[in-house]
Design a protein. Structure first.
Ligand SMILES: [Zn+2]
Length: 136
């Protein structure tokens, strides 16, 4: 959110112009409205995302755990490129991953025990100072 838009003319990108990789190829890497060049980074990240999700699905097969890990893969790829651009990892991405990890252990979906999951989440919260109520 908000909807994808051209970085130059800010025109919202139509659904048919926003199909991963295919639309970029069909538009030859340019905005339909202003002809601004669209970075090849977009289809490359989309290809990376497809490859990473495919590897997770292939390795784990179909399960609730693999669906959860594919979701986590999407978040981690986003976080990686946000981090590369800004040198920041948004809490809006990282904190939910902690809770999803604990929830997966709590529900018995993850092979990690609940105890190990809580200990791991606690260490991350402590190391990155994510607990705003913990500081004195
Ligand atoms: Zn444009």
């Amino acid at each position: 959110m908000p909807r994808s838009a051209c970085p130059k003319c800010k025109t919202p990108i139509r659904i048919l112009d926003n199909i991963p990789v295919l639309s970029w190829l069909l538009l030859k890497g340019h905005c339909r409205h202003c002809d601004n060049k669209i970075s090849s980074r977009y289809p490359l990240v989309e290809l990376l995302t497809a490859a990473m999700c495919g590897i997770v699905a292939w390795y784990l097969g179909f399960s609730w755990y693999s669906i959860a890990l594919i979701g986590m893969t999407l978040v981690l790829i986003s976080a990686t490129f946000i981090d590369l651009d800004t040198m920041l990892l948004p809490d809006q991405l990282t904190v939910p991953l902690l809770w999803v990890g604990v929830a997966l252990a709590l529900l018995g979906i993850s092979p990690t025990s609940l105890q190990d999951s809580v200990i791991g989440a606690s260490r991350v919260i402590y190391a990155f100072g994510l607990c705003t109520g913990c500081s004195s």
